[in-house]
Design a protein around this ligand. Structure first.
Ligand code: FAD
Length: 453
C-alpha cells in the first residue's frame, strides 16, 4: 500500500479496483490528485483470481489505446495472444477460419483478466498519491456537506470516510448505482439474458496448444454456443453460452459427457475431466445495464458511475472492458478540458459517453445472434468474403462493423450510421450496376435486331 493521499483538491474515492477502477486511479494519480481506491476483495495479486469471472478476455484497439496512455500497452501485448480471426467449428464437423480483417493481419488479443488487473494494480500502487485499500466494501455515499465541505463514503461495518469526489467502478451489480437511486429500490435498467455462461478448460496436449492459438474458436449451435480463447500457458478457456435450463438439464456426469459427445465432439475429446469441470464451475448471468443518471452532485460530494457499474453489456463483441477503459480516458480528457473542475467534467463525461455505450450495448446483443447462429451459414461466409473484397478495393471507404468496433477508436455511436451509409451507397451502386447491365443487354438486343433487319 502506498502512502496516504497527499495531492491537491478534494479527496477522490474510487470504488472498485477491477479493470476500470485501477486504470482510473493511475490516470488521476498522474494528474497529481489524492486518490483512495476501495476494493471489497482482498488483494487479488496475493489471493488469486476470483472464481466465476471470465478467466481471459479479448483486448482490442480501444483497450490498447487506453493502456497506451499509462504506458502499459506493450506489457499487455507481451502477456497476450493475438487472435486474427474466428475458427468456426460447425455442428457437422470440421472447422473453417474466418479472418477478422481483409488482409488477415489485424488481431484482437486474448489476455488473462487477473494478469491485466495485476499489472494495473502494480502501476496504480507505484503512482504517487494513489492509496489502495483492499477488503473495504463500500455500501453507499452521503453527498451532503458533513460540515467539513465534503461528503462521506459509507463502508461496511459502519465506518465512514470523507470524500469530495466518488467514482463508482464497482461492476455490473454496483452498490453505488443503487445508492444513487433516490428510492434505492428496484432497477428497471437491468436486462438479464435467458442465457448464462460457464467456463471449462482445454488443457495443453503433449505440452502444446490443443487447438490453433491464433484464433477465437466458436462452436455455433443455433440457440447456444461455445467459444474458446487461448492462454499463454497453452490451455484454452472455453465459455459455454447456453439457455440456463440447458445447464440445469445436465445434472449427472453421464448426461454432460453424452451432450458434449453429441454437440461438441471435437472439444469433448480435448477435455479429460469434462464432467468434473462442468460440475465445479458456476453458471454466471449475462446482464445489460441501462442506468441513468450516472452523475449526482450534492453539497459535499459529486458521484459518477463508470464501466460496468454504469453500462454493463453482454460480452459478445468482447468490448465491456475496452469500453470501460474508454470511460476512464474520457473522464481524464474532461478534467483537462474543464481545468480540473469536477462539477463540470463529470456531467460532460456522461453527456459524451451515453450514446456510445448505448450503441455498443445494442451491437453486443446483435452479435450474439451472429456468433451463435449466422457464422455457421455459407451465406454469412460469402457475405464476409464480399465485405473483405470491398475493404481491399475501397480502403478506408468501406469498413466492416467488426473492424470499426474492434480495430478503430471511432465513437461507437457513429458506427451504426456509418454502416447504414455504406450499405446505402452499396445498394445504390448495385442498383446502378444493375441498370448499366440492363442498359447493356438492351443495347446488345437492339444491335442484334438491327443486324437481322
Ligand atoms: C463471460 C464474460 C466475458 C467477457 N469478455 C470480455 C472480453 O473479451 N473483452 C472485454 O473487453 N470485456 C469482456 N467482458 C466484460 C468485462 O469483464 C467487463 O466489462 C469489465 O470487467 C468491466 O470492468 P469494471 O472495472 O467496470 O468492473 P469489474 O471488472 O467487475 O470490477 C468491479 C470491481 O469492484 C469491486 N467491487 C464490487 N462491489 C464493491 C463494493 N461495494 N465496494 C468495493 N468494491 C467493490 C469488485 O470486487 C471488482 O474488483 C466479459 C464479461 C464476461 C462476463
Amino acid at each position: 500500500m502506498t502512502a496516504e493521499p497527499t495531492g491537491p483538491g478534494p479527496r477522490v474515492a474510487v470504488v472498485g479496483a477491477g479493470l476500470a477502477g485501477s486504470l482510473l486511479a493511475i490516470l488521476l494519480g498522474r494528474r497529481g490528485l489524492a486518490v483512495t481506491v476501495y476494493e471489497r476483495r482482498p488483494d487479488p495479486r496475493a489471493t488469486g483470481a476470483e472464481r466465476g469471472r471470465s478467466i481471459n478476455l479479448a483486448l482490442s484497439a480501444r483497450g490498447l489505446a487506453a493502456l497506451d496512455a499509462v504506458g502499459l500497452r506493450e506489457l499487455a501485448l507481451e502477456q497476450a495472444l493475438p487472435m486474427r480471426g474466428r475458427m468456426v467449428h460447425p455442428a457437422g464437423g470440421g472447422h473453417n477460419f474466418q479472418p477478422y480483417s481483409a488482409g488477415g493481419e489485424r488481431a484482437i488479443h486474448s489476455i488473462s483478466r487477473a494478469g491485466l488487473n495485476a499489472a494495473l494494480l502494480d502501476t496504480a500502487e507505484a503512482t504517487p498519491g494513489v492509496t489502495l485499500r483492499f477488503g473495504a466494501r463500500v455500501t453507499g455515499v452521503d453527498t451532503g456537506d458533513d460540515g467539513t465541505g465534503a461528503g462521506r463514503l459509507l463502508l461496511e461495518g459502519g465506518a465512514t470516510e470523507l470524500a469530495g469526489v466518488v467514482l463508482a467502478c464497482d461492476g455490473a451489480y454496483s452498490a453505488m448505482r443503487r445508492a444513487l437511486r433516490p428510492d434505492g429500490g428496484f432497477e428497471a435498467g437491468q436486462d438479464f439474458l435467458e442465457h448464462g455462461y460457464k467456463e471449462l478448460t482445454i488443457p495443453p496436449r503433449d505440452g502444446d496448444f490443443a487447438l490453433d492459438p491464433g484464433a477465437l474458436h466458436i462452436w455455433p449451435r443455433g440457440t447456444a454456443m461455445m467459444i474458446a480463447l487461448p492462454n499463454v500457458d497453452r490451455s484454452f478457456t472455453c465459455t459455454l453460452f447456453w439457455p440456463k435450463e440447458e445447464f440445469e438439464a445436465l445434472d449427472a456426469p453421464a448426461r454432460v459427457r453424452g451432450h458434449f459427445r453429441a454437440a461438441y465432439p471435437d472439444a469433448a475429446a480435448l477435455i479429460p475431466d469434462l464432467a468434473e469441470d462442468f460440475a465445479r464451475n458456476p453458471v454466471g448471468s449475462l446482464v445489460t445495464v441501462r442506468s441513468r443518471p450516472w452523475v449526482r452532485e450534492g453539497d459535499g460530494a459529486v458521484v459518477a458511475l463508470l464501466g460496468d457499474a454504469a453500462h454493463a453489456i453482454v460480452p459478445f463483441f468482447g468490448q465491456g472492458a475496452n469500453c470501460a477503459f474508454e470511460d476512464c480516458l474520457e473522464i481524464d480528457r474532461c478534467l483537462t478540458e474543464t481545468g480540473g473542475d469536477w462539477s463540470r467534467a463529470l456531467p460532460m463525461y456522461q453527456e459524451r459517453r451515453t450514446a456510445n455505450t448505448d450503441a455498443i450495448a445494442e451491437m453486443a446483443l446483435d452479435n450474439f445472434v451472429e456468433m451463435r447462429d449466422r457464422v455457421a451459414s455459407p451465406v454469412y461466409r460469402a457475405r464476409t468474403a464480399a465485405q473483405h473484397a470491398l475493404e481491399r478495393r475501397l480502403p478506408g471507404r468501406y469498413v466492416s462493423r467488426y473492424e470499426l468496433v474492434s480495430f478503430s477508436t471511432l465513437p461507437y455511436a457513429e458506427i451504426p450510421a456509418r454502416i447504414r451509409r455504406q450499405n446505402r451507397i452499396l445498394a445504390g451502386a448495385a442498383a446502378a450496376g444493375g441498370l448499366l447491365v440492363a442498359a447493356g443487354l438492351l443495347a446488345a438486343r437492339q444491335r442484334r435486331s438491327a443486324t437481322r433487319s
